[in-house]
Design a protein around this ligand. Structure first.
Ligand code: TUI
Length: 314
């Protein structure tokens, strides 16, 4: 048990939130994380809006603990999922890749706690003003869609900018990252990549093995030219994507067409050639497949030892 404003606010034992990873974050993973004392999230990017609804209902059967839904705001089904979370009385919603402003009034009225992912201090301030209970401040070390700032400089600046509690994300995969985030002023962490390799994750085994095999420099950021930077493992797909972005004969449409459906191909089919294996720079810290509970307990125990041992410097 760790006590911060995040554990108190969300009614969880450890301030560890599982990233709402597109295609990966389903009822199986979210319930495992919540049952282990963290906060599991279900992604709204999946086969269809109906699948998301099914996952929410499944998750309720698999855990009595709080869990949430992540709504990726660029998603074509965002409006539908925004309504499902109200109908299904989901207690916590996190949002990413944009502003949840248009949904806030109805969510707050329904008693939902809203935790937007932000990539800057200015954005965090806006989110606090419209009623967010906390923010996830995500640095560019993270996998998937990312902002400009990196975690080390972003977290303390977001903490200074808002009074609501801050959850740190981006590059955090072990107890060292957790302890460091707390020292930067965060009151919790969000972890994505390490949970892709959890036993309860339904990501294809090729995806898990690629993360486990990856070293510190094995990710690449593509999509900047399209206005949507995305970090993923270096693979034939992501290298080709980067090459197309530098090729003046390609149009944004042809590049987007090439990338279409690539994340699903990685997660569901383990497609080594055409899959987009989105993952963060913390991939090099991920060593094995482990149950979610073991991941959480290991991170908490390592962080506790580090934080208690820090008095040796003074
Ligand atoms: O959303 C994410 N990560 C994601 S979404 C995703 S799905 C996808 N699939 C294919 C191509 C692209 C994406 C994969 N990974 N993280 C949360 C996040 N939000 N990171 C950064 C932000 C963010 C950035 C700018 C939030 C707000 C923001 O506002 C800028 C503005 O002023 O609107």
């Amino acid at each position: 048990m760790i006590k911060t404003r995040i554990t108190e606010l969300l009614g969880i034992e450890y301030p560890i939130v599982q990233g709402g990873m597109a295609w990966v974050a389903d009822a199986s993973l979210a319930s495992a994380v919540s049952n282990a004392g963290g906060l599991g999230l279900i992604s709204s990017i999946n086969a269809s809006a109906d699948t998301v609804l099914e996952e929410i209902r499944k998750c309720k059967k698999m855990t009595n603990k709080p869990f949430g839904v992540n709504i990726m705001l660029m998603s074509p089904i965002a409006d539908q999922v925004a309504q499902f979370v109200i109908d299904e009385q989901v207690p916590i919603v996190s949002t990413g890749a944009g502003t949840p402003a248009k949904y806030m009034e109805q969510w707050l009225k329904a008693g939902i706690k809203v935790i937007p992912v932000v990539a800057s201090a200015a954005y965090a301030i806006r989110m606090e003003k419209i009623g967010a209970v906390a923010v996830v401040a995500e640095g560019g070390e993270a996998g998937g869609h990312i902002g400009e700032m990196n975690t080390m400089a972003l977290i303390p600046q977001v903490c200074d900018a808002v009074s609501i509690p801050v959850i740190a994300a981006g590059g955090i995969a072990d107890g060292r990252g957790f302890a460091a985030a707390m020292m930067l002023g965060a009151e919790g962490v969000q972890i994505g990549t390490r949970f892709i390799t959890a036993t309860e994750s339904n990501a294809h085994d090729n995806y898990k093995q690629k993360i486990i095999a990856a070293g510190d420099t094995d990710t690449i950021v593509t999509g900047k030219s399209l206005g949507h930077p995305v970090r993923a493992l270096k693979t034939p797909f992501s290298r080709k994507f980067a090459q197309m972005e530098n090729d003046p004969t390609q149009t944004p449409e042809s590049i987007m067409e090439f990338g279409s459906g690539s994340l699903r191909k990685a997660v569901k089919d383990g497609d080594e050639k055409m899959g987009s294996f989105m993952a963060g720079q913390g991939s090099g810290l991920v060593k094995k497949v482990q149950p979610a509970k073991e991941i959480i307990l290991e991170i908490v125990s390592d962080a506790r030892n580090l934080l208690e041992g820090s008095s040796k410097y003074f």
